[in-house]
Design a protein around this ligand. Structure first.
Ligand SMILES: C[S@@+](CC[C@H](N)C(=O)[O-])C[C@H]1O[C@@H](n2cnc3c(N)ncnc32)[C@H](O)[C@@H]1O
Length: 357
């Protein structure tokens, strides 16, 4: 018997391709027929890794007939999160950065063949926004069932705290494998492990419990070809300057190779040290000291360094084959990684979305 044709997928706000890597990790038979992003630097990275340059332009300019032409079964979308972040102004749908998402959502109602499946990723906070209300209204008007999740890589064994909001939607007559959680917002991946036979940490209730079952950070560090951790002197460029330690030492999140959790890397990591992601203590013979007890003088002895872009990509569970082209600056690399997503989380979610009931 002939294998069924692969699902046709559109990847909106494609950035450096986190959704595409997740789709590959999900092992779903799917083909990304087009990706869309306005940022030419992100598109350079995407093209470098996937030999396909995304459609470069503003998603807001697309029309229903443009979208119909792709005959896509599924849309994957990770729109800008600034309108919803706690640190921002939270203008939600009134923020110009939300316009393109709202526009294509509404276009679905004018299409002759709208997608049958939809996947949206955003920051925690999106679920209480007016954009979220609009998303659910449009989906319900087109007879979609939805299941929503807030999940973090910690729940999948990765020592990385990055909770994110996800909306999965399937259009009648398609059904979710576990329809009993339709229209619910779930905070554990239990329904994925039950229906897909994948391992996760759903039995853990708190972040502390999750940390005990995660792998240590040292498993995610840059490795020599032989497998050992690379001589730290090679990583000199990544050392945190002393003046930053003096100024911000008490506000830094410091982790050790044996730690089982690090903080979310944002797009400002490496430019700023406060609240943008964890720093790694690299001195030999380190003894863990509670952060509140660390004096600035002892902080200077920890050999603090930034995680490298490759290591941040490891925390995002990107494959080893992912590379930045040579012309992308270090700051740009961190900025694009900070905007991206966790393949360890999105991969299983996509597998669940595409799974037949
Ligand atoms: C949150 S990031 C998504 C990152 C992506 N999922 C990844 O793995 O790298 C949002 C992306 O949307 C792009 N973007 C923002 N507004 C856009 C618009 N109106 N049209 C097209 N792309 C846009 C940005 O350039 C950025 O790459």
């Amino acid at each position: 018997m002939e294998a069924p044709a692969p699902w046709r997928v559109l990847e909106f706000y494609s950035g450096i391709g986190g959704m595409r890597y997740s789709l590959m990790a999900s092992a779903v038979r799917a083909e990304v027929v087009e990706a869309f992003d306005i940022n030419d630097v992100a598109n350079d990275v995407y093209e470098h890794n996937f030999s396909h340059r995304p459609f470069q332009g503003n998603i807001q300019t697309l029309t229903a007939s443009d979208l119909d032409k792709y005959k896509a079964h599924a849309w994957l979308l990770s729109p800008p999160c600034q309108p919803y972040t706690r640190q921002g102004l939270q203008k939600q749908s009134a923020d110009a950065r939300a316009f393109s998402f709202i526009k294509i959502l509404n276009l679905m109602q004018d299409m002759s063949c709208p997608p049958q499946m939809l996947f949206v990723e955003n920051v925690v906070g999106f679920e209480v926004s007016d954009t979220h209300d609009q998303l659910l209204e449009v989906l319900s008007s087109l007879n979609f069932n939805t299941q929503e999740f807030i999940l973090s890589p910690l729940q999948f064994g990765v020592p990385y705290s990055r909770p994110r909001y996800f909306c999965l939607a399937k259009r009648d007559p398609m059904r979710f494998r576990n329809a009993s959680v339709n229209n619910k917002l779930l905070r554990t991946p239990m329904c994925l492990s039950l229906t897909l036979n994948i391992s996760d940490n759903s039995e853990c209730q708190t972040e502390e419990e999750l940390e005990t079952v995660c792998k240590p950070i040292k498993d995610f560090l840059v490795k020599e070809a032989g497998g050992g951790i690379r001589n730290e002197s090679v990583l000199h460029d990544y050392l945190v300057p002393i003046n930053l330690i003096e100024r911000w030492g008490n506000a830094m999140d410091i982790v050790y190779p044996g730690s089982k959790r690090c903080c979310c890397f944002t797009k400002s990591y490496y430019r700023y040290v406060k609240g943008t992601g964890s720093l790694l203590a690299t001195s030999e013979n380190l003894e863990w000291v509670p952060e509140e007890k660390l004096e600035i003088s002892s902080l200077k002895e920890l050999g603090l360094r930034f995680f490298t872009p490759r290591e941040v990509a490891n925390f995002h569970s990107f494959p080893a084959s992912f590379h930045f082209p040579d012309h992308i600056s270090l700051r740009q690399q961190y900025a694009m990684l900070g905007n991206s997503l966790s393949v360890a989380v999105v991969g299983p979610l996509l597998r669940y979305l595409f799974a037949e009931a």
